[in-house]
Structure formats: C-alpha cells, structure tokens
Design a protein. Structure first.
Lengths: 129, 285
C-alpha cells in the first residue's frame, strides 16, 4: 500500500515491486528548514556548529558566490544533521538476542494510507488499441 | 560422560554393524542434541525447508523434513529441530516459497544441546546464502560469511518527498549496500532561482561524500538528475538531464543515508521518480 508520513509528508510504498519491505525514515531538516528555524530562534546550534556557520557567512559576504556556485553557508548547513520533530524511522532497532522480535526505531507522527492496494501492474498494450 | 543407553548401550555386534554404515564425514547426535537453524532474510513470503538424512541406532537411514518461516527484516530468527539419536549424514536447506535472490536469505546451522532458547551451541555445521534452486548443504557446504559473494541487485523506488523538501534514503538495519546509481526528477516551479542539486552520503551523523551537479537548474524545468558509479559527468549533455558521479565500490552500512541538498530550492519545487540501484548484502541484525 502507499503511505504518507505525517511527519515529513513523504509518500512511499510499504512493499516494493521486488517483494522487499521498504523502511521509511524521515529526512533530517533541509537547508531551507534549518535557515528558517535558526532565523526564528527555534534552533540553537552548538558552539562548534555556530562557529562553522559564522565563518561560512563571513566567507560568502566577502566572496559572493557566482550564479552556478553553491554558497558556502548552504554547503555547511547541508552537513548539519538535525532530526525533525516526531520523525518516523521504520528501520528496526537491532534486537538484543536472536529470539526477540525486532521493533521499529520510531513510529513518529504515524502514517496516512494514500492507497490501500498493492502497486498496480504496468499497463499493457492490447490488440485493437 | 557418554550415555550408556545410546550407542554404547548396544551390543558389540550392533555397534559393529552400524559403525560399518557410517560414512565420513558425519556428525553423531546424542539423544539431546538437535539442529538449530538461524536465518536472516530480507524478502517477504520466504519459507525455508530443512531436510536431513540420519542413520539411527537401529541401522535405518531416516529422513527428516522441517520448515522455518524467517523474518523479513533481516533480523535473526532461530528454530531448533529435534532429531533422533544417530549420525547426521547430510542436510540441505532451500527456499520452498518465494524466490529470494542470492544474498537475500542467509542461514547459520549448528548442533545444539537442548531444545529451549537456552540450548547450548556445540558445533557449527556451516553458514551461507541460499535460494529456491541453490540450497545450503552439509557436508561439503560452505562456511560463508553473509557479506561474501556478489550481493543481490535491487532497484529501489524511494520516498517521494513533499514539495520543497529534499530526498533522503536510509540503508535498512541489517543491510549493507553498494550504491551503483541514483536517479530523480526535479521539477522546478515558476519562482526564479538557480537550483543547485547535490547528492550527499552520511553515516547518520557525519557527511563523508558529496557531489554537486554542474549546471544550475532554473525555473519551470523538469530535469532528470542521475548519479552513477564509474562515469565522468558530462556538462551540457542535454538540457533535461544532468549527470553526477559516485565512487566505484563504495559500501554503505546500516543507517547510512543518501540524500539531496539543493541550494536555491523553492517551496513549490518537487523531487519525484526517486529510483536507485544497489547491490545488497545481509549484515544481520
């Protein structure tokens, strides 16, 4: 079935066409989301991270990036891994022993069913069409 | 102290007759010795069939048929099969349901003393991957690690992120991947900006690889962005396709991530058609 994660709004199939389970995990905050959170003071960076960001901002001010260059600030923020609120991670936590059932790492904000049925097969061209 | 009621409890004539039938190699199983199969599996609907031949104390060669349904999340599942006392002559395990590829189902076979979860492992008979047509077998079978061999090729459809959001794919628990290619379509909205996509690989905490694409993607375009191992990116190949590079032979462990970071991404931009090709091995969980 097709599911939508309520935390990140990503959509995915729970079982892929090759028969394997798909384990969705929410992405960390993107560069845009980090910038918004820092500007709104909803995110306080550790001192080391803040130092890196300050240095990147200073670099970009003194060396404005060209149109086809990624600003130093974006490059630095891309390396900051910050979990989003109520992130979902369907990957299993390794069980303590072989006889204990594995549990997902985090249910997070849950999911919404977009389509309950399995992925439909590919259409085929028929005679007379 | 060997049991006097078992093999040693037989008459000299009985012992001599049975001993003449016992080939090498074989494995003598006491009455409280059993076979334990621990499986690690990634494919849905797999059922393992466990079959063996055993020479019992009456001199009969008996056949045993057992089944185990492994987990589908690469975590360990074990089952202990009671066996009669005698010499284990041979054993094989294969997938009797579903069709796992090589490296999708892996077993460890042991002789244990006892039947409960507290059973003591006394001897490893072997370990290796199996399919429906390529069984694991003992004797003469392998002691193979789960990371050996060519791995299972998988083409994976990833999560379609929300508008304005980035792609993020995580290596599942118990898996090891070699990333061969990564493709996605970026449809840019009408808002004017230069979008500069970059593919990042991280270990869950630290980024250890990044590859930005060469050409900025402007408004109202639909560009297929592809990263592949072993290619040299060609700028300006086609206005609708961009190529990036991946290291050859790079392995990603459980919890590692492949994700995009797009400088200049706008709120109505949309990544879609996330598709990537990996070789996968079971690392076990």
């Amino acid at each position: 079935m097709r599911l939508r994660c309520n935390a990140c709004n990503g959509e995915y199939e729970d079982v892929l066409p090759d028969g394997m389970q798909y384990f969705h995990a929410c992405p960390p905050l993107s560069v845009v989301e980090l910038k918004d959170a820092i500007a709104a003071k909803r995110l306080r960076l550790p001192a080391v991270y803040q130092g890196l960001l300050d240095a990147a901002q200073t670099f970009d001010r003194n060396n404005p990036p060209a149109a086809d260059q990624i600003p130093r600030v974006d490059q630095v923020l891309a390396t900051f891994i910050v979990k989003r609120p109520r992130a979902r991670d369907e990957n299993i936590a390794p069980p303590p022993d072989r006889d204990t059932a594995a549990q997902p790492i985090a249910g997070g904000a849950g999911v919404t069913v977009v389509r309950a049925e399995r992925l439909p097969p590919l259409p085929e061209l028929t005679d007379g069409v | 102290m060997p049991s006097q009621t078992g093999f040693l409890g037989l008459s000299d004539e009985q012992r001599a007759r049975i001993a003449a039938l016992v080939p090498a190699p074989s494995c003598y199983l006491r009455v409280d010795d059993n076979i334990r199969v621990t499986s690690y599996n990634a494919l849905a609907s797999v059922i393992l069939s466990v079959r063996y031949r055993l020479l019992d104390l009456d001199g009969n060669i008996v056949a045993g048929v057992e089944a185990q349904t492994p987990n589908t999340d690469r975590s360990a599942k074990s089952a202990i099969f009671p066996t009669p006392e005698g010499w284990l002559l041979g054993l094989e395990i294969f997938a009797s349901s579903a069709a796992p590829l090589v490296s999708q189902t892996y077993v460890v076979v042991e002789v244990v003393r006892g039947l409960a979860s507290s059973a003591i492992a006394l001897q490893s008979l072997g370990s290796g991957t199996l399919t429906a047509k390529q069984p694991f077998s003992w004797p003469f079978g392998p002691f193979a690690g789960s990371l050996e061999g060519g791995g299972a090729l998988r083409s994976i459809s990833g999560t379609t992120p929300a508008a304005g959001a980035e792609i993020s794919e995580t290596v599942p628990t118990g898996a090891r991947w070699e990333l061969l290619s990564f493709s996605t379509l970026l449809t840019t909205a009408i808002a004017a900006a230069n979008r500069l996509p970059m593919l990042l690989l991280d270990d869950g905490v630290n980024v250890y690889f990044r590859d930005p694409l060469v050409t900025a993607e402007t408004a109202s375009l639909a560009t297929t962005n592809v990263w592949a191992a072993g290619i040299a990116p060609r700028a300006g190949l086609n206005s609708n396709v961009q190529e990036g590079m991946l290291p050859v032979g790079l392995k990603l462990g459980s919890g590692h991530r492949l994700r995009t970071s797009t400088s200049g991404i706008q709120g109505a931009d949309q990544y879609s058609a996330v598709q990537y090709l990996v070789r996968e091995w079971i690392e076990g969980a």
